[in-house]
Write a protein that binds this ligand. Structure first.
Ligand SMILES: Nc1nc2c(c(=O)[nH]1)N[C@@H](CN(C=O)c1ccc(C(=O)N[C@@H](CCC(=O)O)C(=O)O)cc1)CN2
Ligand SMILES: NCC(=O)N[C@@H]1O[C@H](COP(=O)([O-])[O-])[C@@H](O)[C@H]1O
Length: 221
């Protein structure tokens, strides 16, 4: 089966990008290959991670465009030029326009630091802390025009511990993200998980096997 050509879109540190890079590099038979990294911000550490992995990286600075549609058109041109057929948003912090997202229906994933639909948006970890929940988590979902409303591929629970501040919870959240995003990429790239015409996510592999591996929260602390 031909490998899926993947682009990873970032805006910052790129720890999820690194988790995807490491997972793909660890398996010569991985169904995906990361061909391109795109950042909407210059100078971010994720670009150094791409360079260290020998992956082509480009900056498409959203501030250089008059509006979202123009920025998204530049993204689309870059993705088409390189024959990308699967996009992973990994800490990519720009809301994308509906025409762009609809062109990638079923072929664009996002990692979000909450158990969606709870705590949508750019401040999910702080919002969970402010809400006083004892359990939060992480979600991988297909991207749809409505922000963080796409069909769920997989979720994992992450406990909120007494005394947690943003950094303590973020560390635990990231550890869970770095486990479930590589798993989700493998399943989608292999065709074990797909978005049906109905809008439902179909797990062609035994969903119990998938979810039982991933629900267990990471080690506490
Ligand atoms: N059309 C969609 N675009 C994006 C989605 C989506 O589901 N549909 N997911 C986001 C990722 N995301 C949460 O997971 C998210 C990222 C950024 C924001 C946001 O408010 N961005 C602001 C700028 C914030 C900043 O620059 O720090 C904005 O775009 O004006 C909300 C949710 C990616 N895109
Ligand atoms: N709403 C989107 C959002 O909050 N995304 C979050 O940004 C972080 C990026 O970290 P990284 O750059 O180290 O991968 C991740 O925790 C990701 O879930």
């Amino acid at each position: 089966m031909a490998k899926r050509d993947v682009a990873v879109l970032i805006s910052g540190s790129g720890s999820n990008l690194q988790a995807l890079i490491d997972a793909v590099a660890a398996d010569p038979d991985h169904p995906a290959r990361i061909r391109l990294v795109i950042s909407n911000k210059p100078g971010v550490y994720g670009l150094e991670r791409a360079a260290a992995a020998g992956i082509e990286a480009v900056v498409i600075d959203h501030k250089a465009f008059p509006d979202r549609a123009a920025f998204d058109a530049a993204l689309q041109a870059e993705l088409e030029a390189r024959g990308i057929d699967l996009v992973c948003l990994a800490g990519f912090m720009r809301i994308l326009t509906a025409p762009f997202v609809e062109a990638w229906t079923g072929r664009m994933l996002n990692i979000h630091p909450s158990i969606l639909p709870a705590f949508k948006g750019a401040r999910a970890i702080d919002d969970a802390l402010a809400a006083g929940v004892r359990i939060t988590g992480v979600s991988v979902h297909y991207v749809v025009p409505e922000m963080d409303a796409g069909p769920i591929v997989v979720q994992a629970a992450v406990p909120v511990l007494p005394g947690d501040d943003h950094d303590a919870l973020a560390k635990r959240i990231h550890a869970a993200e770095h486990r479930i995003y590589p798993a989700a990429l493998r399943w989608v790239a292999a065709g074990d998980v797909r978005l049906a015409e109905s809008g439902r996510v179909e797990h062609l592999t035994d969903p119990v096997a998938i979810n039982s591996v991933l629900i267990s929260p990471p080690a506490l602390g």
